[in-house]
Design a protein around this ligand. Structure first.
Ligand SMILES: C[S@@+](CC[C@H](N)C(=O)[O-])C[C@H]1O[C@@H](n2cnc3c(N)ncnc32)[C@H](O)[C@@H]1O
Length: 210
């Protein structure tokens, strides 16, 4: 679901940028570390591209592919990220179908980033399935998410537009990651039952029985 004007303004405001750079990125780096040299990263729901910039500069990705449902956001991201030239590839499309949006093969990214986007997706489980599909074995899913508890708050309901059915608690989000074979690294940061930040990994197969 697309953001309304109030949320677009908030997401692109200096305080939100500050929070993302100085709080969210350090927490995610503490849990998941920087990326391996040469890493291909994917950002789902890239908005105006500030997260992709941080993925390149702070997480050390070699390249970032980024997708957003909103063509206006992709245009804004294109302007912000133009200086990275062919290190960035942008596409309009849905995180629930990364093959259609980016022609993303199975096991093609060493890291996927979600800066507050999965709670915007009606079929959010499909998006998690896609994240798990495109991650390489050993790859990492860095996430910052908003729970049903936050979305039910009067301020959220009054100011912003989000899907209302079948939203998730922190536990339900983690259960879905586990169902798709993703394993939480270290612990999780929760803020008042409203927000969660963490990193999950796709295990490297040990090859099974011989
Ligand atoms: C709260 S904003 C976050 C934007 C950006 N990640 C940030 O932190 O600034 C959510 C973004 O998700 C996008 N979005 C919503 N549903 C989507 C979907 N199914 N696939 C990809 N992007 C989606 C919206 O257009 C919006 O840009």
């Amino acid at each position: 679901m697309l953001m309304n004007r109030a949320e677009t303004g908030l997401v692109n405001s200096p305080p939100r940028r500050w929070l993302q750079r100085w709080y969210e990125v350090p927490v995610l780096l503490r849990f998941g570390g920087r990326l391996i040299p040469g890493a291909r990263a994917l950002e789902i729901g890239c908005g105006s591209g500030y997260g992709s910039q941080l993925i390149l500069e702070r997480f050390g990705a070699a390249t970032v592919d980024a997708v957003d449902l909103d063509p206006a956001m992709i245009r804004r991201a294109g302007k912000r990220l133009a200086r990275y030239r062919d290190r960035v590839r942008l596409a309009q499309g849905s995180a629930t179908d990364l093959r259609a949006a980016l022609d993303a093969d199975d096991e093609s990214y060493s890291a996927v980033f979600d800066f507050g986007i999965v709670h915007h997706i009606p079929d959010w489980r499909k998006a998690i399935a896609e994240v798990a599909r495109v991650l390489t074995p050993g790859g990492r899913f860095y996430f910052e998410e908003v729970t049903a508890h936050a979305l039910a708050r009067p301020t959220y309901r009054r100011l912003f537009d989000h899907p209302t059915d079948d939203r998730f608690s922190a536990e339900q989000f983690l259960d879905e990651l586990a169902r798709r074979g993703l394993v939480l690294l270290g612990s999780l940061t929760r803020i008042q039952d409203d927000y969660l930040l963490g990193v999950a990994a796709k295990p490297i197969s040990t090859g099974g029985d011989t």
